[in-house]
Structure formats: C-alpha cells, structure tokens
Design a protein around this ligand. Structure first.
Ligand SMILES: Cc1ncc(COP(=O)(O)O)c(C=O)c1O
Length: 422
C-alpha cells in the first residue's frame, strides 16, 4: 500500500500510512506510541469522536426536528475523557448502573441531560438517580414502578419513560438483540398499557414518554423504521426515545448505514407515524459514536506454525471480549508493514483456547516484536475489560494533531491488590 494512503473506513478518520510506512492515528505514529507508551494500548483519535458526535447532531438539524437530542450510550466507552468530550459536544448520556451514573456526573454531564436505564435497578441506584435529579428514569418492569413509587414523595416530580419491547428484530447476534418479545428488557407490548396506567397513578412520577432499543450492531435501516410506528400505538407523549443500535464496520467489507441516513430514517419514521413535530426525540447510539474512533496496539510475543500460523500477542480477551462473546470479527495489520498475505490467527495471551482476537488475519510475515494494530476497538473493549490471568488493563491514549495524551493510565500490579482486606 502506498505511503500517505488513507486507511479504510474501519480506521479512525484521518488515519493513514505515514512517510515511514507506519500506521498513523490522530497524527501519531503507532510504532512510536507503542515504543513510548507500551502495549497493549487503546489509541483513540479525539477528532474522530467529535466528528461523529457532530454528525449525529447535524443530521438531526438537517432532519428539521427542533427538539432532537443524541444520547451517548455510555456503556460503549465509560471512560471519563470520552464522557467529558461528549458532554462538551452537547450530547446527553445514558447510564445503566449507579457506577455509570457516577462516571457521567463526575465527567460533567448535567443531570438534566442524563437518562437512567437498567432491567434490575436497585433501590440505591434509584435513590442515587433521584438525588442527582436526572432528566429521565427509564422504567423496565412493574417491580421497579412500585419501588420507585415508594421512593418519590408527592412534592417531587421525577420524569420517567416506559421501556417497551416492540417485537422488532434486527438482524444481529442473539446476545445483542433486545427488541424481540422474548427479552429480559422492558415491558411487552401487551403490558405497556397497564404500565402507563400504573405510572400515571403515582403521585411524584411524570410519564414523559416511551422508549425502545431493538438491539445492537444492526446493519439495515428497515428494523429501525418499524420502531416509531409500533410505539405510537400507545398514544401521544412529549418524549420518544428510539434507542441506539446503528451498526459499525469492524472489517473493511462491512458497510453500515451512514449516520446521516440512520438519523434520517429514525426521524422520518417518527414523522410518518404521526409523532408530533414538537415532541422531544431522543436516540441513543453507543458504538456508532466510538467504535471506529479507536484502535488497539499489541506487541507480538510469539509466532507458532502448526496447522496454521498463530501470532500470540500481549493482550487478548482481557482487553477485547467481543470475539469470545459474540464471535465478533476484526482485522489486524502489522503497524509498519501494512497489508500482507500470510493467513494468521491473532491469539491472545490468556489461558483459553477461545482467546482469539482475529481468526483470519492476513499479515505481512509477522515476527516477535512486531506491533499489531487492530482497528474498530473503540466500543465495548475498554468497557468489558478484565484482569483475567492477572493481566493489567491497558491505558487509553487520546491522539490529536500528532500529540498523544494518556487519559487512563496503564494498570500496575498494585492495582490488582488494591481492594484486598487483610
Ligand atoms: C438501552 C440501550 N440504549 C442504547 C444502547 C447502545 O447500543 P449501540 O452501542 O449498539 O448503539 C444499548 C446497548 O446495549 C442499550 O441497551
């Protein structure tokens, strides 16, 4: 591949091969980053995060809906620097636990731009949400309505949405499909009217509207178009939250809908189903904001040739669970020898045969000491990271215009024992 060439849409915007033939992200040479800051490392192009946030917001403006807001599903990348950036960009934030609420508040999200999700919220999480005066609590089940009604006093009015399960299936992995009737999330369509009635009877709760999220990594627009009409059947409301789920490209062959087209489809379906033009419309993208903004850098520790060529790297399922959880596909490249035709398995360092990052990588004659770059790891990697095998979690490095700044430091061995009580 020619030097100076921009890399595919799987990589962060502006990524290229620099004059030395090294992969460059956010203007930073990944080989230098690896040498100076070590591996494994999550490398994030700051401008890419901002560009995607702005694309969602602009698409809403272009769609002509005045009261439209983009809610970052913080589970995708619950890291203070990322949250701060999206708070600055004017996004809202969805949290799915007390911990995520803590992170969002700490990063400066005003509570009036926070939504609280969860199918098993505890009393203390509900108390925390009430105390913070969050904009909306998204009610998931009848037990929660009763629990929350016990907590709100008559003179306090907490806005709530009811989460419906609209029985719309997106073509995605079973473990990230949430909109089907047989789901642990939300009220079934049959139960929504009773939930509406019950919430309306509770003094202190204000039913603002309905929510649905049909699942994640959905690559077609049609399932999204079916959500608004399904929810509209429940009546008129001031707020409609139509969820997230827009798919992203993990490999160069994948071509998900553009952000503009997705927002256009969601807003168009809302309009066509008779949702009032003055209603507040929310969408909740997670991975579409962060996945392609990030790459992971690894160092090759070993190359083994048996039936296949096994490239053993210094990370694995502890920094990226998605291949193991969902059979997710990724690409990998040698950071200073892009491209190549040696079929390889890029395997992690953990004591599990399934700990494979990329099952079918084509690399340029990989050797111990090479730096491997895996694109599209900006969502649900950091979020699901663990210390399995006592492996230390990687740093998060923001890159912009050639400057790199560590926004989460690499773990140290002391971190592994910090919670011990002896
Ligand atoms: C309620 C809700 N909203 C939004 C999202 C974000 O999904 P995605 O990252 O696929 O956009 C999720 C993901 O699990 C979710 O559960």
């Amino acid at each position: 591949m020619a030097i100076g060439t921009s890399l595919s849409h799987v990589f962060p915007l502006g990524s290229r091969l620099n004059e030395r033939g090294h992969v460059e992200v956010g203007g930073c040479d990944t080989i230098e980053l690896a040498r100076e800051l070590g591996t494994p490392a999550y490398v994030i192009a700051e401008d890419d995060l901002r560009a995607r946030a702005r694309a969602f917001v602009q698409a809403g403006r272009d769609g002509g809906h005045e009261d439209f807001h983009v809610v970052f599903a913080s589970k995708a990348f619950p890291c203070t620097a990322v949250l701060e950036l999206f708070a600055q960009e004017g996004l809202w934030c969805d949290v799915a636990s007390g911990g995520e609420l803590h992170l969002a508040l700490n990063a400066g999200f005003p509570p009036e731009r926070i939504l609280v999700h969860g199918n098993a919220k505890s009393v203390s999480e509900l108390e925390m949400a009430l105390a913070a005066k969050v904009a909306l609590i998204v009610l998931d089940n009848f037990d929660e309505i009763e629990r929350l009604s016990d907590l709100v006093s008559g003179n306090r009015s907490q806005g709530v949405l009811i989460r419906a399960t609209p029985d719309v299936r997106g073509d995605t992995h079973e473990k990230i499909s949430t909109g089907q009737a047989d789901s642990k999330f939300g009220f079934s369509m049959a139960d929504v009217p009773a939930a509406i009635e019950r919430v309306r009877a509770v003094e202190g709760l204000v039913l603002e509207g309905i929510h649905a999220h049909i699942g994640s990594q959905i690559m077609e627009l049609d399932p999204f178009r079916r959500v608004a009409p399904a929810l509209r059947a429940f009546g008129d409301f001031p707020v409609w939250d139509l969820g997230g789920g827009l798919g992203v490209a993990y490999t160069a062959e994948q071509t998900p809908p553009e952000i503009e087209d997705w927002v256009g489809a969601v807003l168009g379906a809302a309009r066509d189903s008779g949702i009032d033009a003055s209603a507040r419309l929310l969408v909740e993208p997670g991975r579409a904001l962060t996945a392609n903004a990030g790459v992971t850098l690894y160092t090759v520790e070993s190359v083994k040739r048996n039936v296949r060529t096994w490239v053993g790297v210094d990370g694995g399922m502890s920094d990226n669970m998605r291949p193991m959880l969902y059979g997710a596909l990724y690409e990998a490249h040698v950071a200073d020898r892009f491209g190549g035709d040696t079929p390889c398995v890029v395997a992690g360092k953990h004591c599990e045969s399934g700990d494979v990052i990329v099952r079918e990588a084509l690399l340029d004659d990989p050797r111990a000491g090479d730096v491997i770059v895996t694109p599209a790891t900006g969502a649900y990697g950091y979020a699901m990271a663990s210390n399995y095998n006592g492996v230390l979690r990687p740093p998060v490095i923001f890159c912009k215009d050639g400057d790199a700044r560590v926004v989460v430091r690499r773990e140290r061995f002391e971190d592994l024992t910090v919670r011990d009580v002896r």
